[in-house]
Write a protein that binds this ligand. Sequence first.
Ligand SMILES: Nc1nc2c(ncn2[C@@H]2O[C@H](COP(=O)(O)OP(=O)(O)OP(=O)(O)O)[C@@H](O)[C@H]2O)c(=O)[nH]1
Length: 194
Amino acid sequence: MIEKKDITGIILAGGKSSRMGTDKGLINLNGRLFVQYSISAVEPLVTETFIISGNPAYDVLKLGRFEDIIPNAGPLAGILTGLSRSKTVYNLVLSCDVPLIKTKVLELLIYAQDGTFDVVQLVSNGRSMPLIALYHKRCKLIFHELLKTDERRLHVALDHCRVKNVELDPEKDVFTSNINTPGELKSIAHGIKN
Ligand SMILES: Nc1nc2c(ncn2[C@@H]2O[C@H](COP(=O)(O)OP(=O)(O)OP(=O)(O)O)[C@@H](O)[C@H]2O)c(=O)[nH]1
């Protein structure tokens, strides 16, 4: 079993947020920032949590914040940055736009890692969610090589990795969709408890 001391939390909060029109992680939802929901879900499972973003507004959270080492290259570069900063073998990567994510769902990823996988990712309703996933530090080299060739697609990067899928049971597991638009935000705003 992987221990908490062997896992770092990496929260991705870069990108353009073009569909939302405002930095997604900093949206206030029932008194908390979007990014705080991701942090709260991950923190019980990790020894340290970083935010990967170029926006100094995240410094209010008093966590380590690092800018992408390759700018404007999407989430793959964000993950590479987190893995480069991390001191642990395992790394829970989480986007900043999944305010309904729960610790017990992230725990499933840790249980599924038997030491042989590069990536353990969530699959919900048949959809892979590589931004809710546990990455082994060794992915750093693979991702760096791909980004050097200008390959930025995360799903292509995962083709180069040994991946384990953890399927959520839609009947009993909580909703984990990411929230990208003002319409999606409105649809969940009333469902969140403080
Ligand atoms: N560090 C970092 N995170 C990113 C980058 N691009 C996207 N992300 C994060 O990855 C997650 C998913 O992002 P997307 O919704 O696919 O992309 P986006 O650019 O934020 O939003 P759109 O412009 O609406 O596509 C979010 O948590 C983003 O903050 C990036 O270049 N660097």
